[in-house]
Design a protein around this ligand. Structure first.
Ligand SMILES: Cc1cc2nc3c(=O)[nH]c(=O)nc-3n(C[C@H](O)[C@H](O)[C@H](O)COP(=O)(O)OP(=O)(O)OC[C@H]3O[C@@H](n4cnc5c(N)ncnc54)[C@H](O)[C@@H]3O)c2cc1C
Length: 481
């Protein structure tokens, strides 16, 4: 059976679905609002510097390997991968530095140097527990559709939740293993990748800590943007059509209406545009419960003339009071006084991404979403704080900036249709996780499916690739393909 399938959005979720379906021989058309594929995984250029617009950390390679092997390809042949070791450099507000790495001995010796010898002794135990958690959580709660409540509430699943205390608090659990507040930050800030405070996150999300410290961070030559480009290319090679600058206005059943007025008919629609927006604006449905959203980010893409040798490819800067920083972002909805942020210079691993004598400096600052109105003064306040810290820590000089592009919470909303500018989609608190996350199919309109960060299993490139796998499995079970 050859089905005609529309895919809304050429983010990684939509593209991975397009690749899977076109490989199965279906007639696939992708409609993308913007002028490029990738969505949040989009390419940004400032003068001759090239940037990954959103994701920069490639972790958890298994879902990538599975996507490529399911379509008869090999990940390592399609993308030239290298391990980033160290993974990243951490700058603490007291002036200490630590280079995160999967090398256990190097981690231990750095912890001892920080004066946290007791924590260093417990580190192998922490890693072991994180690995066990990861190995149980991913196949049982992430890589599966929950076709019935029993798939989630069955004795095996409940046993695993109890065994690992998956729902206990991430920040409190880490404090059992490491007492030094700097290390507590180091092993919990990964919850921020989901746009979630570690003080509000369940322990199951320590799987992210394991991905970093157990498996490591990878980089594909040409940038993270290569992932979207290659998946799109493989889908097109199998007959998929990708239409850029073709925003969808609505879909109902198999009918897709473009903003241009064009109406087309399909056997099924897979929507990769972010779910809360798409359900409301495109499907004409309300989700039926009040969703909570992740935080947002303010981005700076900088063409910097000169060199900043203290920066590695990936860098994390912690402010003086992490708890206060998180409270300001998630609960008070304020601009943080002393923000933690992430900075990357991908040209360290890939010199072609910046011209000689320049750094392609990417800065991501977690900030409140648009539950508070955003102003230019907010962007400026963040910029001043971040540039000041970079000046003090690594000798950054504003006078050396040759170009700057800013991207704010309002831009996430207006460019990519992310409700409330929530850069990571809906939040991952317990009642929006696993079985409780909005389903990957429409109950109101049979034949409509969802992929991407705000449906199951969740946010992050590996999760979004898994979402495509799960949606295709569900379509097959429903007899749509
Ligand atoms: C700043 C930032 C940093 C991140 N860092 C990492 C990281 O280091 N590692 C990691 O694994 N993940 C990271 N993530 C998360 C990761 O980027 C996302 O989970 C993933 O890219 C989401 O893909 P998606 O397909 O769900 O959505 P999107 O990428 O948002 O794709 C949706 C697409 O739908 C299109 N669209 C919307 N409305 C319409 C319409 N009406 N008609 C047609 N098209 C439409 C949009 O233009 C977009 O192209 C990061 C995210 C952000 C924002």
């Amino acid at each position: 059976m050859r089905s005609k399938i529309a895919i809304v959005g050429a983010g990684l979720g939509g593209l991975a679905t397009a690749l899977r379906l076109s490989h199965l021989g279906h007639d696939v058309t992708v409609f993308e609002k913007t002028d490029q594929v990738g969505g949040r995984n989009r390419r940004v250029t400032v003068n001759d510097c090239e940037f990954d617009g959103g994701p920069t950390l490639l972790m958890m390679l298994d879902p990538f390997r599975k996507l490529f092997s399911d379509v008869g390809e090999r990940l390592e042949e399609c993308l030239q991968l290298q391990l980033c070791d160290p993974s990243y450099r951490v700058f603490y507000s007291g002036g200490e530095r630590l280079d995160g790495t999967t090398d256990v001995d190097r981690m231990i010796s750095q912890m001892v140097e920080l004066g946290a010898g007791d924590d260093a002794d417990r580190y192998p135990h922490l890693l072991r527990d994180l690995r066990d958690l990861y190995q149980d959580a991913i196949p049982n709660f992430v890589e599966k559709n929950f076709y019935s409540p029993l798939d989630f509430f069955g004795p095996r699943q409940l046993g695993l939740v109890a065994k690992h205390g998956m729902l206990s608090n991430m920040a409190k659990r880490i404090a059992r293993y490491v007492k030094d507040p700097r290390l507590q930050m180091l092993f919990t800030f990964q919850a921020m990748y989901l746009g979630l405070s570690p003080f509000d996150a369940p322990w199951v999300y320590a799987t992210l800590t394991y991905m970093e410290y157990g498996e490591g961070i990878w980089y594909p030559k040409g940038g993270i943007v290569e992932i979207a480009r290659v998946i799109a290319q493989l889908a097109e090679a199998r007959g998929a059509t990708i239409r850029l600058e073709a925003p969808v206005a609505s879909f109902e059943g198999g009918q897709v209406r473009l903003v241009s007025g064009e109406v087309l008919s399909f056997d099924a629609v897979v929507c990769g545009a972010d779910l809360p927006y798409a359900q409301r604006e495109l499907e004409g449905q309300s989700h039926g419960r009040k969703l909570k959203y992740s935080c947002s980010t303010t981005m700076f893409y900088l063409d910097y003339e000169g060199s900043l040798p203290d920066l590695l490819h990936h860098n994390v800067f912690f402010g003086s009071d992490f708890n206060k920083n998180l409270n300001q972002i998630f609960h008070q909805l304020d601009i943080p006084d002393d923000p933690a942020f992430y900075a990357a210079v991908s040209a360290r691993s890939d010199s072609g991404r910046a011209p000689d004598g320049h750094e392609n400096l990417y800065v991501l600052v977690p900030c409140p979403n648009l539950e508070r109105p955003w102003t230019e003064a907010d962007t400026k306040a963040i910029e001043d704080k971040v540039f000041g810290r970079l000046h003090r820590e690594v000798g950054f000089e504003q006078a050396n900036l040759r170009g700057i592009q800013r991207f704010t919470p309002s831009d996430w909303r207006d460019t990519l249709n992310l409700d409330r500018g929530a850069a990571f989609g809906i939040s991952h608190h317990f009642l929006q996780s696993a079985y409780f996350r909005p389903a990957n199919y429409s109950k109101a309109h049979p034949g409509v499916y969802y992929v991407g960060a705000s449906t199951a299993p969740g946010n992050g490139m590996p999760m979004v690739l898994i979402s495509a796998d799960l949606a295709v499995q569900r379509m097959a079970r429903d007899g749509r393909i």
